[in-house]
Ligand binder design. Structure first.
Ligand code: FES
Ligand code: FES
Length: 166
């Protein structure tokens, strides 16, 4: 039997009615029209369906939509601001961190989760955090470069915003 849930998706409160066997990925794509997260493996291995749930990356193909009750979901459609790409999205473009693009929404969401959890990761931490996101085109080194450029840029912005010492 379908069940009503209230969840926040991309900063908007949504009251939706979901079947107990529907995954979050299915509801996002088929019922809410948010088609950025894609299904690769469907069994929690590839990361192409990654979204943030309460700021942590989750494989939405494994999460039942009913478990989104009271949670905050961010999808790739929700990371840009006022039509501006997020720093992570910009870095992926600048570093050409994709080829076919199939893995890219999930990869970007995993990076968004990483930066929120650890704004200053080293290369080993980046590789470890992204180990659940597979790229069949093998763009891993460009992805690492993209994350590192976001980290360097954020650090520079923090230093520039500090009041000058007298
Ligand atoms: S489609 Fe969800 S992890 Fe592969
Ligand atoms: S860019 Fe093609 S799968 Fe990653």
């Amino acid at each position: 039997m379908k069940r009503p849930i209230t969840t926040t998706i991309n900063e908007r409160t949504r009251d939706i009615v979901v079947a107990p066997n529907r995954t979050l990925l299915e509801v996002l794509r088929d019922e809410l029209g948010l088609r950025g997260a894609v299904e690769g493996c469907g069994v929690g291995v590839c990361g192409s369906c990654t979204v943030l749930v309460d700021d942590r990356p989750v494989s939405s193909c494994l999460m039942l939509a009913t478990n989104a009750e009271g949670r905050t979901i961010t999808t790739i459609e929700g990371v840009s601001r006022d039509g501006e790409l997020s720093p992570v999205q910009r870095a992926f473009l600048e570093q050409q961190a994709f080829q076919c693009g199939f893995c890219t929404p999930g990869m970007i969401m995993a990076v968004e989760g990483l930066i929120r959890e650890n704004p200053n990761p080293d290369e080993a931490e980046i590789r470890d955090y992204l180990s659940g996101n597979l790229c069949r085109c093998g763009t891993y080194s460009a992805v690492i470069a993209a994350v590192q450029s976001v980290v360097v840029q954020a650090r520079a912005e923090t230093e520039n915003s500090r009041p000058a010492a007298h």
